[in-house]
Design a protein around this ligand. Sequence first.
Ligand SMILES: [Zn+2]
Length: 307
Amino acid sequence: MSSPYVFSGNPLDRAANRRGDEQWLASLERDESSRFLPLWRLNVLIKKGDPPTLGWARGNIRASMDADVGAILLGLDDGVAHFAVDLSHLPDAEAALGLSGAAEFEDVRTALVRCPGEPWGIVAQARSLVDWHSTHRFCAKCGAKTASESGGGLRRCPACDAEHFPRVNPVVIMLVTRGERCLLGRQQGWPRGMFSALAGFVEAGETVEEAVRREVFEESGVKVGAVRYHSSQPWPFPSSLMIGCMAEAQSEDIVMDDREMEDVRWFERGHVLATLDGNSFAGAEPGRLLLPSSLALAYYLIEAWAR
Ligand SMILES: [Zn+2]
């Protein structure tokens, strides 16, 4: 079943069993049909147009890429190789590429609202991998400079032979409910009236269910019993996997952690439903509830419960 979530549904075959073949990789990089997605400081290239589109480039862009990272093979679609290239070392990548206003690097969250039909799962993969390569240039074991291998599928240390693999960081996001009410919180700096499901990183030596119970208790003081998995969403800021859960509260009193949260409250189902029906990006009136947009998994957790 296909998922409605942005950043899901990446159509590429990641070609795991062929990545070790350096000759094959080199031939793909030279292939004139191959496509290269340029990123600059984690912003993605967008071509102007109606609608705007992802700024796929051809192989000549490799002359401008960061050689320490190299071309990162994302995968193949119908035999056509798709790569990501990092141009962050260039002070002004748009000028260096001679784009002269035809395309520009945009923040991913801004761009996906402007061109929702593009395969954002590919962009998620590209953004997470480019970020990982840029922050793993040196070996965590011995400090020597590492080199990209397997089309960017790993970095190897030439000094101690350690292999370093791209990481995904699991985050639990959970809608805590009790009867006709659900628990929502807000953090400092969010738009006025915005509340969302509680969330937090899974820690070492912890199951998903344990992480849900710990995070909810830390942020709200509410005790959680049964936890049920709902769905998941890649979240490339920079490299998280959001694991959406429904959680049943066993207590109601809120003891908020005000270092993490600005407010945590119970909301009635009717209030949430009315808000979903009139939810807008424009921001809430004073005293009005604003829920996350449908870009976020939290929206679907809240909607699944409320409807
Ligand atoms: Zn090393």
